[in-house]
Design a protein around this ligand. Structure first.
Ligand code: GTP
Length: 323
């Protein structure tokens, strides 16, 4: 069975497939349209074809480094398997994209069964941290967990109130930091509240100031230290929230964060707002980190656990051989 059929089978069995498809609408239209156009002049896997393929991948924001690896792999596989037919080449392309993502093994997210699971959200202002904190809380609540949030983004005026409003809507407790105060203080209060009230998950919405790496490192390592002192083993996850619409710039920012603290996964927001959904593959290849969740809209229900099959199918649905 070809990869299209496998993806289709995996995809159609999923509850949430429609939301994936509509969330990736812009990316699919752009990517599929260009691949279809490429088929019109296709005469074989030659220099011209490979160059055009490279452009399509770059325009999808896969990034030059990752795109080159994919194009080389397609060329080699096409030669080895003597592929001539366009549909076969497209299958080969999708296979290589899947392989590129799968390059490293993912550790599954697990709840801490000894006490609260502490998750820190990091990332620059505007990436969608606060909204995503609320969406994640909703996901965990839907799984039957008790949740509290700590508004430790004391940097931006209004961020604390914004999270408090979400918390009220979700009927969960929000531990508020003091504006311009020490973000670590809100996390300590949050940890104590979570332990005392036997809360399953505490999510800390932090500020990520990027004015320089030393400051960022100091701030984030202090947050780690204070949380660990309150709850051994915490933070259990540090998720970096990245705005998909910032493209390759976002990846450079992400590199700074991964150097400054022990990021365990990426949450990619606003994937619905970009035609450049290939950023998922670039992130994985460049940062070696798993994309844990993707944001597909502004509503509370618009966060989904990342699923490679659903993602690839949503990007390629409608391409030849896949109808
Ligand atoms: N379309 C879309 N919009 C999103 C998504 N996630 C967040 N947003 C929007 O992005 C904007 C910024 O989100 P915030 O949650 O305020 O971002 P933040 O990183 O907390 O920003 P600060 O509070 O300034 O630190 C808001 O208008 C959100 O509704 C998403 O997945 N899709």
């Amino acid at each position: 069975m070809g990869i299209f059929s496998k993806l289709k089978q995996a995809f159609s069995g999923k509850q949430d497939s429609d939301r994936y498809l509509s969330g990736l609408d812009k990316s699919r239209k752009s990517f599929s349209e260009k691949i279809r156009r490429l088929s019109l002049n296709f005469t074989g896997v030659n220099e011209e074809f490979l160059e055009e393929l490279m452009v399509i991948l770059l325009e999808a924001d896969i990034g030059i480094h990752t795109a080159q690896k994919i194009v080389d792999a397609v060329e080699n596989t096409a030669m080895d398997r003597k592929l001539k037919n366009f549909d076969e080449i497209v299958e080969c392309l999708i296979e290589e994209m899947a392989k590129m993502y799968n390059a490293k093994e993912d550790r599954e997210f697990e709840f801490n069964d000894q006490g609260p699971t502490v998750i820190l959200m990091v990332g620059v202002n505007g990436s969608g941290k606060t909204t995503t904190t609320a969406k994640l809380s909703k996901l965990f609540l839907d799984q039957g967990k008790t949740v509290a949030v700590a508004a430790a983004d004391t940097f931006r005026a209004g961020a604390i109130d914004q999270l408090a409003v979400w918390a009220e809507r979700l009927n969960i407790h929000c531990i508020k930091g003091r504006e311009n105060g020490d973000p670590s203080a809100a996390l300590v209060d949050g940890c104590r509240y979570a332990v005392e009230n036997k809360i399953d998950v505490l999510i800390g919405d932090t500020a990520g100031r990027l004015q320089n790496k030393t400051n960022l490192m100091n701030e984030l390592s202090k947050m780690h230290r204070v949380v660990e002192r309150e709850i051994p083993g915490a933070p259990h996850e540090v998720w970096l929230v990245l705005d998909a619409t910032t493209g390759q710039n976002g990846i450079s920012q992400a590199e700074l964060f991964t150097e400054a603290c022990n990021v365990t996964g990426i949450i990619l927001t606003k994937l619905d707002g970009t035609a450049k959904g290939g950023i998922v593959i670039a992130i994985r290849d460049r940062l070696g980190l798993p994309v844990k969740y993707i944001g597909l809209g502004e509503k509370l229900d618009d966060l989904r656990p990342f699923d490679l099959d659903a993602y690839l199918y949503s990007l390629c649905e409608g391409l030849a051989g896949n109808e």
